[in-house]
Structure formats: structure tokens, C-alpha cells
Design a protein around this ligand. Sequence first.
Ligand code: GLU
Length: 462
Amino acid sequence: MTVRVRFAPSPTGYLHIGSARTALFNYLFAKHNKGKYLLRIEDTDRERSTPEAIEAIFSSLNWLGLQPDEEPIFQFSRAERHAEVAHELLKKGHAYYCYCSPEELQIMRDEAAAKKLPPRYNGMWRDRDPATAPATIKPVIRFKSPQEGSLTINDHVQGAVTVQNNQLDDMVLLRADGTPTYMLSVVVDDHDMEITHIIRGDDHLNNAFRQYHIYAAMGWDIPEFAHIPLIHGADGAKLSKRHGATSADVYKDMGFLAESMKNYLLRLGWAHGNDEIINEEQAIEWFSLEGIGRSPARFDMAKLHNLNGHYIRHQDDESLFKLTEPFIEKALGYALSTEEKQRILQGMSGLKERAKTLIELGESAVIYVKTLPLDEKATALMTPENISYLNKLLQKLEGCDFSHDALEAILRSSAEEFGIKLGQLASPLRVAITGQTISPSLFEVMEILGKEESLKRIQKII
Ligand code: GLU
């Protein structure tokens, strides 16, 4: 059996971070099993399913490298096929026309509400002769849900879950206007796409029972299920906007790398011993549904930052520069010149050591374009005494070769000559060169900036 899984988002305008994790789990499960990972856009809500909302999903999946192995399926385009199955169920005796009027349905709802029960269709037309149907009502097609016994689903995450069949009422499959309901469409699509494992959020666990009965009535193979717990915020409540960003795209804009995001999302609800840093190759090798935890994972921003710092440090300079370029230009407010790009690329290995996001990295890279405005700490270092040291140093630097080692040597000998510690000279120099009290190796920065630019900066501050 070839494993075939799908990610089936409903377009809402952005890709929720929890959905991104669902996509990732599907992707990893498919790759681990040398199967196929498919994408189905559940675009039946015509109001919300705008081209922009669909594009937002594609764009986030692209960013994360979670592109499907086959062309995406659009659910709305398959409505005729869904209706066909509703009629087949009718023919097989597993569905029936229901001619209830809106008033009758309202009475059923009111009765249930009075008993504090969820709304439930009372099976009024289940066994009734359609010959008695009122001519004025266009019927819906309802599923004849089994009422005896119970159904146990052995979910790969939730374990064995049992629901009494009489808990499920006869749901609508096809509306009076001939459009299919969600519950029918999902089953037909999953069957036609030959899906073997359904991995999705546990908010769909209840649906699995209704869906199971449709598969069974059609005589179709029933897929395996794995319902993963939703992501919660740090306070334990379901992750929502009030906890911070819930859109995958926003994390891209905040300067997280796709690799760190994937590693983070993987660990959020899935474990392989105590491993925290898990690259994609290892993830594919190790992923299993059994590794998914049963309780909701909590989103931890600090952990995501740390992971991102790790992946930034381990990224090669060239590709890191490309990823950071838009952030640098944003920090600067204009496009980089070729010379500036060159300098930043040379400085990348030093810059990337301390950045936790591409925004931070972009901001710190600005030192290779201009000095940053002095903050309080930096200003405090610009004492008359320090300025006089810088003045004396400037003359020495004029005749100096601007290589890392030569610069270090001259700084050391100057400090000695001035009777101060190396740090006492390096700190104001760092401020003069970068505008900051913390930066990558000062000698490296000066070497990359070159003599002309470095001296200009020192003169300016003096
Ligand atoms: N479209 C549903 C959602 O976005 C998922 C349906 C499914 O995975 O079966 O929640």
C-alpha cells in the first residue's frame, strides 16, 4: 500500500500556524513512508474563498517548503461528483429525501434547546413514504445513520475512541439547492484521492465518526485516522490572536527561517527522545504518528527564538545574506549598492553569531553601510579623555595596513603607550566605527570597511 495523505485547509485569508503544523506532519509522514503528500483546498465557502485567501495558503506552504506532490485539488470544482455520491447512497438505501419545512426543523431545534441538548434531527422522513411528500418543499438528502450499536475508531493519536451510534442524527448530505455538505465532500474527496491516512486537528475527531459511516455505506476502504491536539498559548488556552501572531506568514515577516519554523512546529506536539534540533532529513527519518503527544502543546516564543538563532548561525553566509537583504533594506530605507552588499556578505559570518531573527540580523548589518545612532551607553563612552585617545589613535591608523592582525597589533601597542587597557581603547573605537557598544569583532569590521571609511567614521565622531 502506498501511503497517501492530504492537507485540506479552508481558505480564511491566511495559513494558521496550527494548520502549518498539520501540513508538516502530513508531509513528514508521507516522506517517511515514501508516499504522497497532497493538497486539497476546501473552497466551498464561496464568500471566504477568495483568490487572495487561496494565494495566502500557497505562499506560506511555499515558504515552508511544503509543496504537494501532485496538483492541488479544489473541492468546489468537484460538487457534481459529491452530488452523484449522495444519489448513489439514496439508491443503496443509505440515504433518503427529507421534506421537512423550516418550521418543523425549528420546532426540533427548540425542543432540543429546551432540554439543553444539541440540535438534532428527529428522523421524521427516515421511513416515511415519499408519496406523502408536500409538493411545495424541495427536499434535502439525508444520510440514514445507523442507530444501533457503537463505533470504535482506533485513532493513531487519541487511541480507541467509542461513540454510540444513536448519538449521531441523520445529517444532510445534499442541500435542497443540490449543493453538497462539508461532511459528504470530505469523504468523497478523500476516497477519490485514495487517501490512506487522515492526519488533522482533533477538532475534527467528532466528524470522523459521521464520515466513517459514509465510507462504510459506500463500501469504501476506511482510511486510518490521526487527530492531533491543537496548539495552545503559554496560558494553556487555545492559540488565538491574543497570544500573538497566528498566521504563518507573519513569522516569515518577523524574520524566522523556514527551517527553524519547521523544527519548532515539529517539536510542538511531537518528540524524538530529548532531541531539540532536528533538521528535515532527520525529521523524515524519525517521524511517526506514535511520537505525537496526546495533550495540547504550548507555544513558546523564547524557544522559537533560540532555535532560529541556531539555524541562522548554521546557515551559509551567501544564502543567509539573500534572506536578510530585504530586512537590511527595510532597516535602511533604500536599496543596497554593490559595494555595500559585498561588505555585508564579508561580514556575515561575524554578524550571524548573535542574531535571533533576520530582523535583528538586518539591523546589525547596517554597520557596514553607516554608523548607527549612538544610544545612551555609547554616548556615555564619548568622554573627552576617550576622544583624545581616539585622536592619537587616528594618526597611527593612517599609516597602518588595514588587516585584522595589523589592526590588532596597533591597538595593543597604542593602549600600552597610552597606559590603558586594550578594552579601554577598543570600546570607544567600536562606538566610533559602529555606533554601538556591541558588534562583531572590531578588527574584522574595520578590515571589511577599509581604511578610508573607518578613518572617516573616527574623524566624524571626534
Ligand atoms: N478544511 C478543514 C479545516 O480547515 C479540514 C478538514 C479535514 O482535514 O478533514 O479545518
